[in-house]
Write a protein that binds this ligand. Structure first.
Ligand code: SF4
Length: 409
């Protein structure tokens, strides 16, 4: 599982002890930024077709939920875990994940991130089969839909003779794919066939903002893509200056890319202590600075940084944003601020530059972002290449879902 996708994660070990839970918690503590956390849970199994699982979940921070007693209860060699920051279903205990249900084929635990765009029709199908749902969570819906319609391999007889099995990181799970991981490798159990006219729609904002730089998506490291965004930005929005720098840490990779492409030296101009910035005045004084950030969402942090640099002696500060303006909501499960909160909905680039005190301000284009993301994809021209840009372009891969909340945004 890619490290940036930490809302749900799986772990399997050959040691039938507490390593599973401890390791899983380690993963969750390293969650990607922007995801937040309001509840967390871990489910472990002692293997051999367990009739029940060991479950610890609840509201609050990971460190409070998984105390020593909880860890002791999480025995087993296989586990999945989840940290939650709600976007649609309420922030309540009943919505904590993983969901656990007892099915005709044994116990089933599901951890899931995101929202189903077809949840209304799927909910109706499940309810029509006489299955009651206890929450409005899409994740519970997936769990019950799986129980109703299990892929063949899940509903097969349980093989009690199998040994405890280990796993290694090999690849991402494709959209609509169910896999089985064993010590012998990965096997696709089922995959939804993609209609010929439908491209994949991988979230492009994972590359821009959400994912950790060392995550790997589509066979490429996020850090490398961000550098490429910086290179593309230098091509699209050049400006004369003495140094290129970054808002740490979010703009670092793109700033190095911008510097290499433009030939303007990179120099650090900011240090960060306890969430507060300080200016490295020796690097700034008398300099025209290009300052790179990965995105501007609300626009309330960049202004004070520019002021800091100018107070430290910068003669000019030019802001270059390594992503296009964020303008629209996400209906696929990413929590994006409201229309009123998004600064790009209120001010154009000239107005925003004036508002934050920059000498100029420019964004990367949508086409440039797509070009940067796809420049090193191994699977070029494959049906698997396709990216959602809806929060930037307003073009939704599956159309705008008919949900109440889309009117609220
Ligand atoms: S709308 Fe934006 S945040 Fe949501 S999936 Fe698409 S690219 Fe990602």
């Amino acid at each position: 599982m890619a490290q940036g996708k930490i809302c749900g994660y799986a772990h399997e070990t050959e040691e039938e002890d507490l390593a599973c839970a401890n390791e899983s918690i380690g993963f969750s503590k390293r969650k990607g930024r922007g995801r937040g956390q309001e509840s967390a849970g871990i489910v472990t199994s002692e293997g051999r077709c367990s009739k029940s699982f060991n479950v610890v979940k609840g509201m609050g921070m990971i460190s409070n939920i998984f105390n020593d007693d909880a860890i002791r209860r999480l025995k087993g060699s296989i586990g999945i875990g989840h940290t939650r920051y709600s976007t649609s279903a309420a922030s309540e205990e009943v919505n904590c994940q993983p969901f656990v249900v007892h099915t005709a084929h044994g116990a089933l635990a599901v951890a899931h991130n995101g929202e189903l765009v077809n949840c209304d029709s799927l909910r109706k199908q499940v309810l029509d089969h006489g299955v009651g749902l206890s929450t409005h969570s899409d994740s519970e819906l997936i769990t019950q839909a799986l129980c109703l319609n299990p892929p063949e391999a899940l509903s097969g007889d349980c093989d009690d003779s199998r040994e405890a099995e280990g796993w290694v990181y090999v690849r991402e799970v494709f959209p609509g794919e169910i896999i089985e991981m064993t010590r012998h490798g990965i096997r696709t159990i089922d995959i939804v066939t993609r209609p010929a006219n439908k491209l994949q729609a991988f979230c492009i904002f994972e590359y821009v903002y959400f994912a950790r730089s060392d995550s790997i998506f589509e066979g490429q490291m996020v850090y490398a893509v961000r550098m490429q965004c910086g290179r593309q930005l230098a091509i699209e929005q050049p400006v004369e200056a003495d140094i290129v720098s970054a808002v740490p840490e979010s703009g670092n990779a793109a700033a190095h890319g911008f510097s290499r492409q433009s030939g303007i030296s990179f120099a650090e101009v900011l240090c960060k202590n306890s969430e507060k910035f300080g200016a490295l005045s020796g690097n700034v004084k008398g300099k025209r600075v290009i300052l790179i950030d990965d995105s501007i969402v609300r626009g309330n942090t960049i202004g004070p940084i520019i002021k800091l640099l100018k107070n430290a002696g910068a003669t000019e500060v030019h802001i270059r944003v390594a992503s296009p303006p964020l303008l629209y909501p996400c209906y696929m499960g990413i929590n994006i601020p409201t229309r009123e909160e998004l600064i790009a909905n209120k001010l154009n680039t000239k107005e925003l530059a004036l508002h934050v005190g920059a000498d100029s301000l420019s964004y990367l284009s949508i086409e440039g972002l797509i070009k940067a993301v796809r420049s090193d994809l191994k699977t070029k021209n494959s049906h698997r290449v396709g990216h959602c840009t809806a929060c930037l372009s307003g073009i939704y891969p599956g159309g705008i879902p008919n949900k109440d909340y889309d009117m609220e945004w």
